[in-house]
Design a protein around this ligand. Structure first.
Ligand SMILES: NC(=O)c1ccc[n+]([C@@H]2O[C@H](COP(=O)([O-])OP(=O)(O)OC[C@H]3O[C@@H](n4cnc5c(N)ncnc54)[C@H](O)[C@@H]3O)[C@@H](O)[C@H]2O)c1
Length: 465
């Protein structure tokens, strides 16, 4: 029975995992090779930035501890959850080097432990990694046999940054790949104490869970790229893509989640899990087409955006405002994020960029390295830029004062600005100037709005004269 947990790796996923276990009164000990993270947790500080993490640490510090000592972590817990990085190799597969390193240390600590201990890998790994690489390492370093002397499970997390704790505690499902029934059963009981009775807990073979984790993300990215393909097509047809995806998404066979045309997908999981699935098939001499097409559609979206900016920028010395540098709202992660990639492309082509993303500014600066300037407020970004790209849908954009924008072009990937009636009108007027086709419905709406609104009416008259 698992009553105490150790979490190996206190990064973006590991620290929230500690907090989630602790919130159910489970004594949890964290370990990391980064002594700063260990010290932070020992002192009651969140090692990483994540929604509610500090709040949970403050509230449940009495069951949380941290160490750099592997033996202590193993001895003071009944199961060790490994949440270390598995960086992508150039061929798209994941490297297990950090998992292997952690398993060597855990294996050595297991030598001295008499009680049954479960090792659960949470990090995303390639299919067959557990059987081919990880279990043999644990057995070699512990001198014990998996499934007999110690337990092994693969139990990946299905979370999104910015809502990691909420996702951990309220998952749709939990998956457990098990090396033996006892370990799977123990882990299932442990998770029930954390997530309650509602979520389905799937206990399957190790490679089945390994494949399911990356396949799930690949399915979602396929859906996103599909919606974005419809978005590109709808732009050409001059129609509203949201009306199209609304119809498709209301069919229960499809569902509306992640079926919204908007930005490209990014972050630490979606792009790489998609590529890893293709690589997993390739290793087995099987050709795939879907992951590659999904990836290409995703990249094309940013390229199209760049071309659109070039088209409407008065001169190459005018600034482009990029609103949103993280891969989504509420996170500072800029890995493969649309806004950051776009800013990089613009800067590489010597087009001045003024970016806005208070949460991700620090991490973006490391990548953009002086090539881009940063606005301290949304207003400043809107004021200084000639063309504005909405890469992330900040809710406050729906309420900005249209006077601040004059006749500037807004490329609103998420159609949030258009919720503001005057901005929507100005956006449509700009589209007309640029010779873009406007949907009949939108033209009718524009006529009605400009007849009722003096400011927008005058703007339209000026442009028509
Ligand atoms: N971040 C996400 O959104 C997300 C979502 C699902 C799955 N994952 C997977 O979870 C894993 C961890 O991701 P993350 O985002 O938390 O990474 P991270 O880089 O934020 O954190 C990993 C931590 O592990 C520590 N570490 C490295 N080697 C170690 C070792 N040998 N022993 C102990 N600690 C070690 C690092 O110092 C770091 O603090 C990856 O496999 C990732 O693919 C991440």
């Amino acid at each position: 029975m698992i009553k105490r947990a150790s979490v190996i790796g206190l990064g973006k996923l590991g620290s929230p995992l500690v907090a989630s276990f602790a919130s159910h009164g489970i004594p949890t000990i964290g370990l990391d090779i980064n002594s700063e993270y260990v010290k932070a947790l020992q002192e009651g500080r969140a090692p990483v930035q994540e929604t509610d993490l500090q709040k949970y640490i403050d509230q449940y510090h009495w069951v949380i501890s941290a160490t750099s000592d592997w033996e202590e972590a193993v001895m003071k817990s009944d199961a060790s959850f490994i949440v270390v990085p598995t960086p992508s190799n150039p061929d798209g597969s994941f490297s297990n080097k950090f998992v292997v390193d952690a398993c060597e240390k855990i294996g050595m600590a297991l030598r001295a432990k008499k009680e049954f201990h479960i090792v659960a890998v949470v990090s995303t790994i390639m299919p067959e990694s557990s059987e081919d690489e990880i279990i043999p390492i644990l057995e070699a370093f512990s001198g014990k046999r998996a499934g007999i002397d110690f337990g092994y499970c693969y139990s990946p997390a299905l979370i999104a940054l910015g809502s990691v704790i909420r996702n951990f505690l309220n998952p749709d499902l939990v998956m457990i790949g098990e090396s033996d029934k006892r370990s799977g059963q123990d882990l299932e009981m442990f998770y029930r104490a954390v997530v309650g009775q509602k979520p389905a807990i799937h206990r399957v073979g190790l490679a089945e869970a390994e494949l399911a984790k990356i396949a799930l993300n690949t399915f979602i990215t396929t859906k996103i790229s599909f919606a974005n393909m419809l978005g590109m097509l709808s732009d050409k047809l001059g129609i509203n893509v949201d009306n199209v995806t609304k119809i498709i998404g209301s069919d229960s066979r499809v569902g509306s989640k992640y079926l919204k045309a908007g930005g490209s997908y990014g972050g630490p999981c979606f792009p790489r899990d998609n590529r890893a699935l293709a690589r997993a098939a390739e290793r087995l001499h099987m050709e795939t087409f879907l992951p590659q097409a999904t990836d290409r559609t995703n990249t094309q979206l940013i390229q199209n955006l760049y071309w659109e900016i070039e088209e409407c920028l008065p001169t190459r010395s005018h600034s482009v405002g990029v609103i949103g540098l993280a891969y989504k709202l509420d996170t500072d992660v800029v890995e493969e994020a649309m806004g950051t990639r776009l800013a990089q492309m613009l800067a590489a082509n010597r087009i001045p960029v003024i970016a806005y993303d208070p949460l991700a500014e620090k991490s973006a600066k490391k990548i953009l390295d002086g090539a881009v300037s940063f606005a301290s407020s949304l207003e400043e970004c809107l004021k200084k830029a000639s063309v504005i790209v909405v890469a992330n849908p900040y809710p406050e954009l729906a309420n900005i004062d249209p006077a601040m924008l004059g006749g500037k072009t807004i490329i609103d990937c998420w159609r949030i600005v258009k919720k503001n009636r005057c901005l929507r009108a100005r956006h449509l007027i700009n589209e007309r100037i640029r010779g873009k086709r406007i949907a009949d419905q939108e033209s009718v709406w524009l006529k009605e709005h400009t007849a009722a609104c003096d400011g927008c009416g005058t703007l339209l008259d000026e442009l028509n004269s």
